[in-house]
Design a protein around this ligand. Sequence first.
Ligand SMILES: [Fe+2]
Length: 200
Amino acid sequence: MDKALEESIKNSVKPLLEKARDGDWEHTLRAIEYARYLLQYEEGDEEIVIPTLYLHDIGWSRVNFDDFREASPDRKRETPSLSLHMKYGAVLAGEILRDVGCEPEKIRSIVSIIAIHDEPDKVFAMENPSATLIVEADRMDRYGPESIDRFRAMFGGNYLKGDQWQKAAVYLREGLELWFRTKTGKALAEKLARDTGLYD
Ligand SMILES: [Fe+2]
């Protein structure tokens, strides 16, 4: 995508993501790297995928996420703050994209994906290849080695140890079936899962 436009978006989201959950800025950068890889082999519009990923989690900067922090891995998707971060994120993303001069049609498309990005079934139902890659790149970051450290930073050092690790591992193994649609996405998620010991 246009380098100047990417820089403007990056500069706008960085301070927001640094105010969001621990590690959200780094998560965003990793998700973008995963997306660049997926885009080499799968259908998708870089001009949608990359800006959407920069912007997808900025809503966390406006939400009190104590409920999310305290919920067990399999319950997080039911927390009010999870829906709120999508709603606020969509609004904030629209404002930023207008400020940087993005075209209205692109803004509509990006905002519509951000508003549901943590509901993979809804996103896949759009049958929009770019939206599919966004879910895959975002969720991919749950399987890499950095993600385990990130979850501990976010939820405390005992997270993902003992019983809780077993529960999370089951949830993440199920996620491999639910959150990836493309051949490249599935293969990379499987590889990362194996490398981080999800099957041990
Ligand atoms: Fe999110």
